[in-house]
Write a protein that binds this ligand. Structure first.
Ligand SMILES: NC(=O)c1ccc[n+]([C@@H]2O[C@H](COP(=O)([O-])OP(=O)(O)OC[C@H]3O[C@@H](n4cnc5c(N)ncnc54)[C@H](O)[C@@H]3O)[C@@H](O)[C@H]2O)c1
Length: 367
């Protein structure tokens, strides 16, 4: 895998913030397979089970438990290592949790992001940073149109608003300190931010997410209460946005300052499925899965429809999805079925299959 993404990751020191989380654990693993020296930095709270633990820690150059809200600590980590590139994926990432813990959500996702960018700015060896926000950063009018990078930031619930703010912080740093027009003269730093939709895949055990809830209950022969069966989402496999983040990272390491902007990564535009349709596919693959949909009178507001327009990434980065939504669901449910029924971890085989199929599809990062 060392030749993927132009071979840029081999021997590069990559600081991956949020490495113990769902996306971070997959990304750390993939980066290590490409020969990167991965330094992980994350909060100590882990899910149970935990993909980061299951994968083992041997492939890490180093991993550190710490809080991004503690500027002094994050600054020390950034300054005392010869880091080439930073991926910032750490966040309070749950919508429903954000209703009961708004201050923690805003602190981590907004101030924590500012801490990470500010600290990265202090190390002149760092070529840039990819800040991960969310499709929820956009003001969602529920108007059945895909949102593009020029759409307004917004957010109804604290999580979504915090992600809009994450993007505003990133954009402020971009304008004030890492302005594209000054690249190569006043600074050498590239700041890309990435927005992706509902991500699925094995190894996620976060609370209040559809697939983790459903598979955990299935493993205990329990039915899952489904809040919004009609909610439509642009489901994609976790390897899809990660290939986008890695492509941004490749451009940063190659000093292509044109990527110093916001980018959407999602499935092709016609690909949205309702929660009910997702569960229909899932139950065919793993018959232990069952669910029910009671009336919820006092459920907090959750956005009903959100689609991303990915034409900018397609045209300007030559990025494209590899697996369609159906394959993403199949791979995900098979991963959990293998884990719960055969005690087998399919992370490596999923990654190899994904890379092989990306190669067959001529994805530019495989050439
Ligand atoms: N999973 C999705 O469907 C999805 C969709 C859109 C956007 N995102 C975004 O992608 C990123 C990664 O998501 P995920 O699903 O892997 O989330 P996750 O909750 O599984 O992982 C979050 C990571 O952040 C770390 N973290 C949280 N608070 C921290 C703090 N104060 N200090 C240090 N580390 C802290 C956790 O330890 C963990 O490593 C997040 O920014 C999330 O908002 C996720």
């Amino acid at each position: 895998m060392v030749n993927l993404f132009g071979g840029v990751y081999q021997n590069q020191t990559i600081l991956l913030i949020g490495n113990t989380g769902f996306k971070g654990s997959w990304m750390a693993y993939w980066l290590s397979k490409m020969g990167a020296k991965v330094i992980g930095y994350s909060h100590k709270t882990l899910t149970s089970p935990c993909h980061f633990d299951l994968l083992g820690k041997e492939f890490y150059h180093e991993y550190i438990f710490g809080d991004i809200n503690d500027y002094k600590v994050i600054e020390k980590v950034v300054k005392s290592n010869n880091i080439d590139l930073v991926f910032h994926l750490a966040a309070q990432s749950l919508v429903r949790y954000s209703y009961s813990n708004p201050l923690e959500t805003f602190t981590t996702n907004v101030i924590g992001t500012a801490n990470v960018i500010e600290a990265s700015k202090q190390n002149s060896n760092i070529k840039g940073i990819v800040v991960v926000s969310s499709d929820k950063c956009y003001e969602n009018f529920e108007d059945d149109r895909p949102y593009n990078e020029l759409d307004r930031m917004g957010g109804y619930d604290p999580y979504s608003a915090s992600k809009g703010c994450t993007e505003l912080v990133a954009n402020s740093y971009r304008s004030s300190f890492f302005n594209k027009k000054d690249f190569g003269t006043k600074h050498n730093f590239i700041l890309a931010s990435a927005r992706a939709g509902n991500v699925i895949g094995g190894g996620d055990w976060s609370l209040d997410r559809l697939i983790p809830d459903v598979v955990k209950n299935a493993s205990q022969q329990q039915s899952t209460e489904i809040r919004n069966p009609a909610a439509t989402r642009p489901w994609q496999h976790v390897l899809e946005p990660i290939s986008g983040y890695l492509l941004l990272g490749q451009n940063i390491l190659q000093k292509n300052s044109s990527v110093s902007e916001g980018w959407n990564f999602g499935p092709a535009n016609n690909e949205t499925l309702s929660v009910k349709e997702v569960l229909g596919v899932a139950t065919k693959i793993w018959t232990e899965i069952s669910y029910h949909t009671p009336e919820q009178l006092n459920a907090p507001h959750e956005a009903k429809l959100l689609r991303l327009d990915i034409s900018k990434a397609t045209k300007e980065l030559d990025w494209k999805p590899v697996w369609n939504t159906l394959t993403a669901i199949e791979k995900t449910i098979e991963w959990y079925k293998n884990f719960y029924t055969n005690k087998v971890l399919s992370t490596e085989s999923d990654l190899i299959t994904y890379v092989n199929q990306a190669t067959e599809k001529n994805c530019n990062w495989t050439k």
